[in-house]
Design a protein around this ligand. Structure first.
Ligand SMILES: Cc1cc2nc3c(=O)[nH]c(=O)nc-3n(C[C@H](O)[C@H](O)[C@H](O)COP(=O)(O)OP(=O)(O)OC[C@H]3O[C@@H](n4cnc5c(N)ncnc54)[C@H](O)[C@@H]3O)c2cc1C
Length: 439
């Protein structure tokens, strides 16, 4: 079993629990030697949802969309339900989720455990802002419904807590009215990273993302295509969501390991050429606007046997120069940066280990086989930590415990909650061991 990046495969015992009673029993009973951890759809890139020589609980059986409260718009949903399924069901009721990440194929439990964010973080925050409550099985107390007012520390530790405070079986989420099945996008092609920052900073749209070309040499390094969008004007018909891009898939038919620096450089050059210098109010389907990569099912296999690292980090406002210096450092070390995207982040939410902080986040896809990668990313961690930034745990497969402590100042509070709800450290993952969150 491995994460989406396929870098650190692990032998595990996979259990598919039949109900929350069985999970509570497993957590309270004789602990498996190497502990256990919940797993959703396995869309985290690194080693968060695996447990070498230990037990993994496949939560995808806990799926299903329950009642929607017509007064509040809140929906009760099983933790193993995918966003794709939830969004389709909500659309039939003229509703949608206020926050979705760049894939629809994740589960609700995985979304809460990573406290995911979308392209509209300044506007909507991360998913934490829209979680009313969740049912959580902990080793110390079995299954309980947790809302912010009941147990604020446990609530905050579970949002972004990477499954280490308990197993979520269901959640109640806030929804919003779905006004249109499509988005209207403004697209700008810019020669410099700094211009992209300036454009993404203008609060004129709800959603914004920049694709950066980090494979072209010389002055083209860092050129950007910025897409900023807002909801379309065309009214949504019942059930009309336009998730089509999430359903197609052809990467499975391409040879694994297809991606090489020369082919990626050519792809990037083509992408750049095809992008308009300026386009205004271009209609995009929800699938194309929100989940462009989902259209290429199984694209992670194109990186070959050694997989890919997605290095995603955030730096606070005022530290924009770190983005440039980090990229120049990686370029000087000949690290191939195949795909890169930049987003604006708004104020941080309540999650103790949540990733978003007010500033900027950059995600860079790098082949796992790149020579010198480990040392280059250690250096990058140092730059990010010195800038008051952090690496995203849902993407991480290689960071050290020392850096974690420097990047996440609320770590002591998180560990206090863990000691209370899981005193014997039954919940463990490869990530938790590597980062010293558990023994
Ligand atoms: C193409 C792509 C685009 C992405 N874009 C974004 C993005 O824009 N923004 C963003 O924030 N993230 C993004 N991600 C990351 C992804 O949203 C997160 O990694 C998310 O956690 C994956 O959910 P999952 O159901 O696959 O969980 P898994 O990967 O299976 O697990 C992730 C973590 O959640 C825990 N977990 C899972 N289920 C439960 C449960 N029921 N109870 C307790 N803990 C649980 C696991 O223990 C693990 O720690 C992207 C990933 C991909 C592949």
């Amino acid at each position: 079993m491995s994460g989406w990046g396929r870098t650190n495969p692990a032998p595990v015992t996979l259990l598919r629990p039949a109900g929350s009673g069985q999970i509570s029993e497993l957590l309270a009973g004789e602990a498996p030697v190497r502990g256990l951890i919940a797993r959703g759809a396995g869309r985290s890139y690194g080693d968060a949802a695996q447990n070498s020589d230990g037990t993994v609980l496949d939560m995808t059986g806990f799926s299903g969309v329950g009642a929607i409260d017509s007064r509040t718009g809140e929906v009760r949903v099983g933790a193993g339900t995918t966003f794709a399924e939830l969004l389709e069901t909500l659309a039939a009721h003229g509703l949608t989720l206020p926050v979705v990440p760049g894939t629809a194929h994740l589960t609700v439990g995985g979304a809460i455990a990573a406290d995911v964010h979308g392209k509209n973080h300044p506007d909507a925050g991360s998913i934490a802002r829209h979680v009313r409550s969740f049912a959580l099985c902990t080793p110390a107390a079995g299954e309980n419904e947790v809302a912010e007012n009941d147990d604020p520390e446990l609530f905050a530790a579970t949002l972004g807590g990477m499954g280490l405070t308990g197993v979520i079986t269901a959640a109640t989420l806030r929804t919003i009215v779905l006004r249109s099945p499509c988005a209207l996008a403004d697209i700008d092609k810019l020669d410099r990273l700094e211009d992209a920052l300036e454009l993404l900073d203008s609060a004129t749209h709800t959603h914004g993302i920049a694709w950066l070309d980090l494979m072209s040499p010389g002055r083209d390094f860092g050129r950007a295509v910025v897409t900023r969008s807002r909801e379309g004007d065309e009214a949504a018909g019942p059930g009309q969501l336009g998730l089509a891009a999430a359903r197609t898939g052809f990467a499975g038919r391409l040879p694994a390991g297809l991606l090489r620096p020369a082919s990626v450089r050519a792809f990037n050059a083509l992408h750049w050429l095809r992008a308009p210098r300026i386009a205004r109010e271009r209609p995009l389907s929800a699938g194309a606007a929100l989940f462009p990569l989902d259209g290429v099912g199984g694209w992670n296999r194109l990186y070959g046997r050694r997989g890919l690292i997605q290095y995603q980090f955030a730096v606070p406002d005022g530290e924009e120069s770190t983005l440039r210096s980090l990229l120049e450092m990686l370029r000087a070390r000949h690290v191939p940066m195949y795909l890169a995207s930049l987003k604006r982040l708004g104020p941080a939410g309540p999650g103790l280990l949540s990733f978003p902080i007010e500033g900027w986040t950059l995600a860079i896809d790098i082949p796992g086989r790149a020579p010198g990668l480990a040392a280059a990313l250690d250096r990058a961690d140092l730059l990010v930590a010195s800038a008051g930034g952090r690496v995203y745990l849902a993407k991480d497969a290689r960071m050290s415990p020392e850096r974690l402590a420097a990047m996440y100042p609320e770590l002591p509070r998180f560990l206090e909650v863990r000691a209370r709800v899981d005193p014997h450290e039954r919940l463990r993952s490869d990530l938790s061991r590597r980062l010293g969150l558990t023994r």
